[in-house]
Design a protein around this ligand. Structure first.
Ligand code: DAH
Length: 339
């Protein structure tokens, strides 16, 4: 019986050295140490041997079982570390390879300019609102005191949807919506896309963006408009910027002005951008025409000013961009310059 046990151990040892996987190790364990495994089989013969020899053979069997157990444990550990080594090998990262660059999205240059202007007016207490791109004839023309025979109402300039609806040609339409929905005082800054039936070239687009301000209260004067414009010009183009008002005409303001500021590039000395004049036109403005207040049902005791800025125009000036189409093509090489 002792012989059988030793035989068993040596078979076990030679088999375990061939084991390659945890699964094989599991079967080996069952084969030798399981309930009906080889060791149990041999030990069944224990009852047939001389009782005096039983303790000796029994203790030998126990030693062999312990050695087999620890052999299996050791093999298990070996297999595990082999597995880890294999994984490390497979998942090895070559840290010397150049990384993959993930480009971050950026704010579009037009939105950057818009955000800056909105921020300046917000600091003066103007609230930001938006309005629909599909407008009524009333908000876009009628209530803005633009008469039926006005050339801008021509099909050649305005994109109509039907007789009463059109794509807004100016953000001034939002002034009307705002005044129809809330009583004075109002102090609003508004932005959005506007549409015109326009042939597209380097300086014209059928769709572009405007920013509009409206301030209505009692005793709002031209002086308030001028102070607001001066603050805006300094914040936007630098502390030394001066403004100049030139008489102009818009149906919805009376008086109306065109606003120039000293050239951002030559500080008024005269250069290519300002065509040697030292001044650059940046926006249209004026005192709200009482006819507009009448259309929206505001009392005759109020007064106000309004102003409108072309966002593309300001962005083109600031960044020295000569073709408006660049804003809409979304060429990543162009956009990446405005991080
Ligand atoms: N709506 C005018 C345009 O599209 C711009 C404008 C001029 C807006 C004077 C104003 C303003 O609010 O007071 O040309």
């Amino acid at each position: 019986m002792e012989e059988k046990l030793k035989q068993l151990e040596s078979t076990f040892l030679s088999k375990i050295s061939d084991v390659q996987t945890e699964h094989e190790l599991g079967s080996l364990r069952a084969q030798f140490l399981g309930k009906s495994g080889s060791l149990s089989e041999v030990l069944k013969g224990l009852k047939d041997i001389d009782p005096k020899l039983r303790p000796v053979v029994g203790s030998l069997a126990n030693q062999i079982r312990d050695r087999m157990e620890s052999g299996i444990k050791a093999k298990q550990a070996d297999l595990e570390s082999l597995e880890i080594a294999k994984k490390i090998q497979e998942e090895k990262i070559d840290v010397s390879l150049p990384g993959r660059i993930r480009w971050m999205g950026t704010v579009h240059p037009l939105v950057q300019v818009q955000d800056r202007i909105v921020d300046i007016f917000s600091r003066l207490g103007f609230s930001y609102i938006q309005g629909p791109e599909i407008e009524t004839d009333f908000c876009n023309f009628e209530a803005l005191n633009i008469p039926k025979n006005h050339p801008s109402r021509d099909m050649q300039d305005t994109l109509y949807i039907d007789e009463n609806r059109l794509l807004r040609t100016q953000t001034s339409s939002m002034q009307i919506r705002a005044m129809l929905s809330e009583p004075p005082p109002v102090r609003l800054v508004m932005t959005g896309a506007v549409f015109r039936s326009e042939a597209v070239d380097a300086t014209h687009s059928a769709m572009f963006h405007q920013l509009e301000c409206l301030c209505v209260d009692e005793n709002v004067t031209m002086e308030d408009l001028k102070g607001t414009l001066e603050f805006f010009a300094r914040e936007m183009f630098g502390n030394k910027t001066k403004i100049r008002l030139r008489g102009s005409f818009f149906p919805f303001t009376e008086p109306s002005v065109e606003v120039d500021c000293t050239c951002v590039f030559c500080s008024g000395k005269g250069c290519k951008v300002c065509k040697k004049s030292g001044w650059i036109e940046i926006l249209g403005a004026g005192m709200v025409n009482p006819a507009v207040f009448e259309k929206v049902g505001y009392p005759s005791t109020v007064s106000g000013f309004a102003l409108g800025i072309g966002i593309e125009r300001v962005a083109m000036l600031l960044h020295d961009i000569s073709d408006i189409r660049l804003f809409y093509e979304n060429d990543i090489r162009f956009l990446r310059q405005f991080l």
